[in-house]
Design a protein around this ligand. Structure first.
Ligand code: AMP
Ligand code: ZN
Length: 465
């Protein structure tokens, strides 16, 4: 498998630290509000990366944190008149509701930064002891010039960064590029006791610390949205490698932005839709297909047109599934013919192609195109004269290729049954209200679909003919 590594700026063969295992850390949301559909892109992309590794037989230890202490958290909690902890608890609950709604698998662990304060303090002490950090009036800063490789992730050098950072220089810092790993307490802010007085951790150290505690010195993959390359991940590399003396992450993966009118969707630009709003309008699988229709390193523009086209695409895929599900009950032959045996092997070629695309840095866009080719082939070659075995095989293949993308696992039969039940109920209601024309219309419509109604002492029954 090839993975594009932001650190080396090239695709590399993926080699896990332990055979068949992947340790992954993904930067999660700051839980001060509902997450928007731009955040959702990043969550969905790495959920798909994880699912694909699992599909390939890897055991994935998937960590995604909650940032539950920072300026935005504090401001919002103060505005609402609640504690930062209450705010975090609330939006973590909302996060799970929306993430579950998007069919994002639950992480192995979702650590909260505030649960790691002791470990963060230890981390900062180590950095000070090793000469990589210094204290000024209760604040502790990381000394960027001490870490010789500072800038290696984002491909910048310290001199250029320093030159660009002259404005807004904090006099207390030894160098404009130094960043806070511990911040002294300010009035109205939550704080914890530390050797440098009361205070709270800086954002970057939280992720370095949680990743280290849950996954060790070196992890396989560290991931997040493209906006995190600098400074968040650059600073994480500096702190972690300075403290542990080992490579922090073997692969750095970053997903491109979800844009709106070619601008990054973000809270600060107020150009966002929450995932919850969009989930009210679209099936989660439509949203997933839309997000995965672009390669994860390509910016994607959000538009209703694209969502509508993803909806039509999903319908096409489910129509094929629906046909096969119907054929499963209709076909009379069971065993494969010799010709069908050959045909199965032809279908396998689509799977090979799909794997080739996904193995190439998770090219979901091309993999989805392969799925359409597969479905087209199945639609024109499998019919009522086919055997049950080939129908079953085709159906399981479509579902198999859908699973790493988190789509196509539903049955159309169930949906149809529910729809029929609803119509039968509606007809009963119409009869009660003596609306005979509506009742008859529903019965006739159902009949056209091959559904007949029978009045029995237990109520109305329906059957397919
Ligand atoms: P935040 O809650 O702002 O810390 O963001 C949570 C995650 O969403 C991070 O990995 C961000 O990089 C990512 N993210 C934020 N905005 C976007 C966007 N418009 N498109 C894709 N990912 C984003
Ligand atoms: Zn992070």
């Amino acid at each position: 498998m090839k993975v594009f590594n932001t650190m080396t700026r090239q695709k590399e063969e993926f080699k896990p630290i332990n055979p068949n295992k992947v340790n992954m850390y993904v930067c999660g949301p700051t839980v001060y509000d509902f997450f928007h559909i731009g955040n959702a892109r990043t969550f969905l992309v790495f959920d798909t990366v994880r699912r694909y590794f699992e599909y390939k037989g890897y055991e994935v230890n998937y960590i995604q944190n909650f940032t539950d202490i920072d300026d935005k958290m504090i401001n919002r909690a103060n505005k609402e008149g609640i504690t930062v902890k209450e705010l975090g608890d609330n939006f973590i609950k909302e996060y799970y509701q929306d993430a579950d709604g998007l069919n994002i698998k639950r992480a192995t662990n979702n650590p909260r930064a505030t649960e790691y304060i002791d470990e963060i303090i230890e981390f900062v002490e180590d950095l000070i002891n090793k000469g990589y950090a210094y204290e000024v009036d209760g604040d502790v800063y990381f000394s960027t010039k001490k870490f010789k490789e500072y800038g290696k992730l984002s491909g910048q050098n310290l001199e250029d960064l320093q030159a660009g950072a002259r404005i807004n220089v904090d006099e207390r810092k030894e160098d404009p590029m130094d960043f806070a790993v511990w911040k002294s307490e300010k009035p109205g802010e939550p704080s914890w006791k530390s050797p440098w007085g009361n205070g709270r951790p800086g954002w970057h150290i939280e992720c370095s610390c949680m990743a280290h505690n849950l996954l060790g010195d070196t992890i396989d993959i560290h991931a997040g949205g493209a906006d995190l390359v600098f400074p968040h991940h650059e600073n994480e590399v500096a702190q972690s490698e300075a403290r542990n003396g080992k490579t922090f992450a073997n692969y750095w993966m970053h997903s491109a932005y979800l844009n709106i009118d070619n601008k990054k969707m973000s809270k600060s630009l107020n150009n966002f839709f929450t995932a919850r709003e969009i989930l009210k309008q679209y099936d989660p699988e439509v949203i997933r297909l839309f997000m995965l229709s672009a390669h994860y390193r390509t910016p994607l523009n959000f538009s209703k047109d694209l969502l509508e086209s993803a909806k039509a695409s999903l319908e096409r895929l489910y129509n094929a599934i629906g046909n096969l599900e119907r054929l499963q009950n209709e076909v009379t032959k069971i065993e494969l013919t010799g010709q069908e045996d050959k045909y199965k092997k032809e279908l396998d070629l689509y799977k090979d192609k799909y794997i080739e695309k996904m193995d190439d840095d998770f090219n979901t866009a091309d993999a989805i195109a392969v799925m359409f080719d597969l479905v087209r082939d199945i639609n024109s070659n499998i019919n009522a004269d086919s055997s049950k075995k080939v129908v079953d095989y085709a159906l399981s293949l479509i579902r198999e290729l859908g699973s790493p993308l988190g789509v196509l696992q539903n049955s159309t039969i169930c949906d149809l049954d529910e729809e029929i039940e609803k119509l039968v109920e509606l007809r009963q209601q119409a009869r009660k209200e003596k609306n005979w024309s509506l009742a008859d219309k529903i019965r006739d419509d159902l009949k056209e679909k091959g559904i007949v109604l029978e009045d029995t002492p237990q109520g109305v029954r329906w059957k397919k003919i």
